[in-house]
Design a binder for this molecule. Structure first.
Ligand SMILES: Cc1cc2nc3c(=O)[nH]c(=O)nc-3n(C[C@H](O)[C@H](O)[C@H](O)COP(=O)(O)OP(=O)(O)OC[C@H]3O[C@@H](n4cnc5c(N)ncnc54)[C@H](O)[C@@H]3O)c2cc1C
Ligand code: FES
Length: 289
């Protein structure tokens, strides 16, 4: 069990069962309890956290800022941003799907059921679904699928059909298929290993969905080339779209300007903070990376 990172922080964080002193506030700091933290393949883990009800206000595309435990006893500076993967209101739980990358996520991978885990949020602006939309297309790759998966929850609540195109290196690292399908989405898997993830093939799939009237809006995350493809088709067919962006973050709430990215609005280049102005943006305004 790693050292307790909560020891370094305020005691204002809410635990399950605490009274909520500021119910009107959108954001809070919470000490959650780990329910499960399991490997789902060689690279990704799925963590389930029991949280104070205030944290259940999170919706698709929003993130929490996680105070990851140290994997080696030395300080892990700064919190790590993570998109909410699922909000399970009935069981009072939020879930994250994460790739073990560096020290923060390696420390997170060491959490065991019953451990405390300090999370702050929900932060940022997530996805929005227009009432007029009947069918949407979600296209994601790698960990971007963790960010897009809760859209299926939001769409199911609003009775909007979802086609999810899941792009991955090989069948072993395709993620979120069960979550999408469990909520009624149709999934199409495209892989590097058999060449089906090539842009030309994904373009054919998207054109076919557009022709069938299944694409009232586009959503993407996790790949620059897929973003460019959806931007191009969105412009040609006049289909609105949203993209969830990633950027290195420090504060997570708009104060430090570390997470700036360039956008193009009405022909002019502007800088926006991914944490505060996003992380979900109008797809046509995003400048890739
Ligand atoms: C809005 C948002 C949502 C995210 N959602 C998820 C998610 O659902 N699941 C998931 O696995 N990851 C997600 N990430 C990425 C996650 O924040 C990073 O993988 C994590 O911060 C890495 O921390 P670390 O200490 O393990 O690695 P570090 O040692 O800090 O870094 C390891 C590698 O990850 C890169 N990295 C570090 N921070 C970020 C960052 N903020 N964004 C992108 N790359 C980064 C570094 O450049 C380096 O290459 C999200 C990032 C953002 C900004
Ligand atoms: S991380 Fe500080 S402004 Fe976005």
């Amino acid at each position: 069990m790693p050292s307790d990172p909560n020891a370094n922080y305020t005691n204002s964080a809410l635990r399950v069962g605490d009274a909520d002193p500021y119910p009107q506030r959108l954001v809070g700091e919470f000490i959650s309890t780990v329910v499960a933290n399991e490997w789902i393949n060689d690279e990704y883990k799925h963590v389930v956290l029991k949280v104070h009800p205030h944290a259940l206000k999170a919706y698709a595309g929003q993130m929490f800022h996680l105070l990851c435990p140290s994997p080696d006893g030395a300080e892990v500076w700064m919190r790590r941003p993570m998109s909410v993967y699922r909000v399970d209101k009935a069981n009072g739980q939020v879930e994250f799907l994460y790739k073990t990358e560096g020290r923060g996520t390696r420390g997170m991978a060491m959490l065991e059921p019953g451990d405390n885990f300090n999370i702050a949020g929900p932060l940022g602006h997530g996805f929005t679904l227009e009432p007029a939309w009947r069918n949407i297309v979600v296209l994601g790759r790698g960990v971007g699928l963790a960010t897009l998966a809760p859209l299926s929850q939001l769409a199911a609540e609003k009775k909007i059909g979802v086609t999810a195109i899941l792009s991955a290196r090989n069948p072993g690292v395709v993620m979120s298929r069960e979550l999408f399908e469990g909520l009624g989405a149709k999934t199409i898997t495209v892989l590097d290993s058999d060449g089906s993830s090539a842009v030309e093939n994904v373009e054919r799939i998207l054109e076919s969905l557009i022709a069938q009237g299944k694409a009232d809006a586009f959503f993407t995350c996790g790949s620059n080339r897929l973003l460019k493809l959806m931007q191009r088709l969105g412009k040609t067919h006049n289909i609105p779209g949203q993209v969830a962006m990633e950027q290195i973050m420090v504060c997570g709430f708009g104060a430090c300007y570390v997470c700036m990215r360039t956008f193009e609005v009405d022909g002019k280049r502007v800088l926006r903070r991914v944490c505060r102005d996003g992380p979900v943006f109008n797809m046509q305004e995003a400048v890739g990376w």
